[in-house]
Design a protein around this ligand. Sequence first.
Ligand code: IPM
Ligand code: MG
Length: 362
Amino acid sequence: MSQFMVAVLGGDGIGPEVTAEAARVLETALRSAGHRIALTEALVGQAAIAAEGAAISDATMKLCQRSDAILFGAVGGAGVGNPNAKAQPEHALFRLRKELALFANLRPVRALPALLGASTLKREVVRGVDLLVVRELTGGLYFGKPSEIRETAHGMEAVDTMTYTEAEIERIVRYAFELARGRRKNVTSVDKANVLSCSRLWRRVTDRVAEEYSDVALRHLLVDSCAMALIRSPREFDVIVTENMFGDILTDEASMLAGSMGMLPSASLGTQRTQHGQRGLYEPIHGTAPDITGQSKANPLAAILSAALLARYSLGLPAVADAIERAVLEVVSAGYRTLDIATAKGRVVSTREMGEQVLGRL
Ligand code: IPM
Ligand code: MG
């Protein structure tokens, strides 16, 4: 019997708290389905800078490259660091994304019936929302050079660079069309083609790819208009495909359709295959939440749902993924709530207890 290898990188802030629950859930779900799994923990982010001198060490990178998948928490601190500093906690994520070629970031957003009341939006607006954002993850402003703050004769100036190649656009758009075929066959490509050259190329390439998918409907939407439509009529979306930074911003917005950032998982995938599936990194979309760190107040469900995606995409175990997702649904339907999704009738529980409740239903 083969053994699955998963690297567990909790990171900073609430990262380790939520990741611990996700790791326990993953381990239990796999064991009860008769599989063997080895989980290996390592430092990342601020914690790694302090102990190992880099946001992610070469040894940890090797561990990740050897593993079938990476269960990731969150990195970063309370403030915005010096962007010219050598070691920034976020570099760990960028290095992992780039060196493992994880160009496709999948962020599914579902409004669970039991959580309609947790959203700041009206029930009738969020009811039935089921969309998937496919965010490009290794290009655009996050990786373009130069990116720096510098001195000039006229004072300081800053520069960031957005670049996209045809090939980068094509592979992510294709990914989105493929996923749409397994869903409601509807793709919205989001750009800012009225301003940006990158977006104009994005639109051209997307139209070309779309010709190969005559069974899938495509529309283009400007990012500002998309931000509005997401809260006006979110049910109109099936698959959204967009560049790196637009995807970052729109998914924080879209998380409120599901009630809280604490409910949104993500999968980062690329082209590397393992014995069992695609090598991938799985993380909740929320950050380190320094304001509630160490208080067992964080919602572990986004991390636990990320573990479900891990089982589905990297371990090739859709039944295990379904079991975890079902357990989460049951816990939420039974009224268990962390503070971020607290509703009038729900019972507020700690991070640990929420994890226990999910475990108990596996
Ligand atoms: C995310 C996060 C990261 C990003 C940060 C921590 C660098 O916001 O994964 O959405 O911007 O990609
Ligand atoms: Mg983000």
